[in-house]
Design a protein around this ligand. Structure first.
Ligand code: C2E
Ligand code: MG
Ligand code: MG
Ligand code: MG
Length: 288
């Protein structure tokens, strides 16, 4: 059959396919090692700004892997491997704990009375289906002494909509801990409108693909405007991701977008740089 499909070679002996599989297995092995030693994985923090004031509102924690032999391996490569092996559950707990510890430390340095910063942490659907997940989050909050309302968990539409009724119950339990919830990459998955209004969430993140297409046509701008209107109607905040130019920022500000994130403001930063931003040691002019 493989022969009939062309190529004249048995599909399961395809050498490129085989090389790819060996590569995946090797990376998975190395990733397990990195997690166990805690040496080569770390968290980058990308600033999220309040659109109106341009002030720092919070960060998104983004996992990084500096492989000792291969250099930086992007999340787009290692997250899917971690997903397919289930390793993403323990990696996710590691990132959550690290991000909570970090924001608690930073918050201590802030002037008393200044608005608290929030910390967004990405979740994989595997974490959501872990029966211990709520308990794990409760434990991490307790351990790190973080104020739950500073923590925002980002979930994708598909992670939530796959088992909508079950997810809604879980999201309620999470929210009962006092944390915030956000739908990531909104508009790229399938969201059933009949569920969207039932979701106990706090914000929508407009996917980067919509933001970068905005300047191209009135239709693309209309899509972003409709997402904003929908969010407002349902009582959610809106965060736009992938803001790369001041033109993007201006358009979004005109649409009364609440928060923004993107290379225009800042790239994901190593913890030390993000920390200097928090402490105000960096004379950082937030670009408009
Ligand atoms: P995401 O959650 O949508 O994160 C935003 C991604 O957009 C990040 O890519 C960020 O570096 C990138 N980005 C931010 N601003 C801009 C911009 O202006 N232009 C462009 N072109 N890109 C921008 P990154 O760090 O490579 O992460 C990719 C994805 O990997 C994330 O997408 C998220 O889905 C996943 N990921 C990262 N860290 C974690 C984690 O700790 N756990 C889980 N489950 N997934 C993670
Ligand atoms: Mg995200
Ligand atoms: Mg996103
Ligand atoms: Mg995205």
């Amino acid at each position: 059959r493989a022969r009939e499909m062309g190529g004249g070679r048995m599909a399961w002996f395809d050498p490129t396919m085989h090389a790819h599989m060996v590569e995946q297995v090797r990376l998975e092995h190395d990733l397990r090692g990195a997690l166990a030693s805690g040496n080569d994985i770390w968290v980058a923090y990308q600033p999220i700004v309040e659109m109106v004031t341009g002030g720092l509102a919070g960060f998104e924690a983004l996992m990084r892997w500096s492989h000792p032999k291969r250099g930086n391996i992007p999340p787009g490569v290692f997250i899917p491997i971690a997903e397919s092996t289930g390793l993403v559950v323990s990696l996710g707990t590691w990132v959550l704990r690290e991000a909570c510890r970090q924001i608690a430390e930073w918050q201590d340095r802030r002037e008393p009375g200044s608005a608290p910063l929030f910390m967004s942490v990405n979740l994989s659907s595997h974490q959501l289906s872990d029966p211990n997940f709520v308990q794990v989050v409760r434990e991490v909050l307790r351990e790190t002494g973080v104020e739950p309302s500073w923590i925002k968990l980002e979930l994708t539409e598909s992670a939530v909509m796959d088992k909508a009724e079950q997810s809604i119950r879980l999201l309620r339990d999470l929210r009962a801990l006092g944390i915030k919830l956000s739908i990531d990459d909104f508009g790229t998955g399938y969201s059933s409108l009949s569920y969207l209004h039932k979701l106990p969430i706090d914000s929508l993140k407009v996917d980067r693909s919509f933001v970068s297409a905005m300047h191209q046509s009135e239709e693309n701008r209309a899509i972003v405007r409709i997402i904003m209107d929908l969010a407002r109607l349902l009582g959610f905040d809106v965060i736009a991701e992938g803001i790369e130019t001041s033109a993007d920022a201006n358009l979004l500000r005109a649409l009364a977008c609440d928060y923004g994130q993107g290379y225009h403001f800042a790239r994901p930063l190593p913890p030390a740089d993000a920390g200097r931003l928090v402490g105000g040691d960096l004379p950082w002019q937030m670009p408009r």
